[in-house]
Design a protein around this ligand. Sequence first.
Ligand SMILES: Nc1ncnc2c1ncn2[C@@H]1O[C@H](COP(=O)(O)OP(=O)(O)OP(=O)(O)O)[C@@H](O)[C@H]1O
Ligand SMILES: [Mg+2]
Length: 321
Amino acid sequence: MSDIEQLKAVLAPIAAGRAAARLEGGRASIVLDVTGLGAATREELEADVRAAAERLPSISEVRVLQTSERRQRRLIAVASGKGGVGKSTVAANLAIALAKRGRKVGLVDADIYGPSQPKLLGVEGVRPEAREKKLIPVETPYGVPLLSMGGLVAEGQAIAWRGSMAGQALGQMIEGDWGEAEVLILDLPPGTGDLQLTMVQKYKPAGAVIVSTPQDLALIDAARAIDLFGKVGVPVVGLIENMAGYACPHCGEVSDPFGRGGAEAAAARLGLPFLGRVPLELAIRTASDAGEPPAAGNGPAAETFAALAAGLDDWLAANGG
Ligand SMILES: Nc1ncnc2c1ncn2[C@@H]1O[C@H](COP(=O)(O)OP(=O)(O)OP(=O)(O)O)[C@@H](O)[C@H]1O
Ligand SMILES: [Mg+2]
């Protein structure tokens, strides 16, 4: 066996098709394709490959170069004009339902002032670690890794940050070590102020999902959020009407305390897609409070979120794969 054949033979079982090697006068140059691997795995792979090559008597020097296809990781912002309409609930459950469809999804809680994702995903108090200055997302029991201000700041601690610091923290989360994640769902803070505008301008999401309750007032606010994305050229994936109709926990009958169809009508008026309605359901609130997102279960709410995720999935497929 020639020297280069020998090198290739020792690399094959370690690098599983990811290594391309050349050998010149005892100097080995190895190019490692690390596409889709997390930082830790990449470093381990490089160390293993290097060690194996260095053990060969014919080799005096080893150079390893890591490359990866620049995978487009897309951001989908979940926003509303108004607080308390269920953005965070929708963001968490949409992320989980999308992951159930086989997409690699991560969740970023950009609500600096009222982070709620750690609680929704049952990982309250778990702080993300950092490796090589990159934040490592917290694994959750639902297949969706999370980075949240809630994990960076102790609970109850006042976050009286200026917007620029909030923006920096968000940048660190978005540029965290997301490994294979191809889609990041971004739970935005409520409102359409400077903070949101800066975030959206700087991190240019691929699309935005607007959450609204059926009331007219909320819809006026939603229109403001839509306007914000329009200004910076971020397409709106669609509107979701939350707390639409009340499902009676006893008889299951659905009534409409906040009216019905307002968001759908608004979407039609604005020429935007309507992704669907989520009923106001006691079970959604109690499960969310318990850190057991309904999308992860198999009740009616799981089906509702699955349908919303299907709409988002179609949009992603139609807009870049
Ligand atoms: N469809 C629903 N049925 C029942 N309760 C819901 C529903 N959607 C949200 N909730 C509840 O309403 C409350 C507010 O929801 P959530 O925190 O998701 O709203 P938000 O828009 O993210 O709020 P904020 O503006 O403060 O970030 C939570 O207690 C949540 O459990
Ligand atoms: Mg929220």
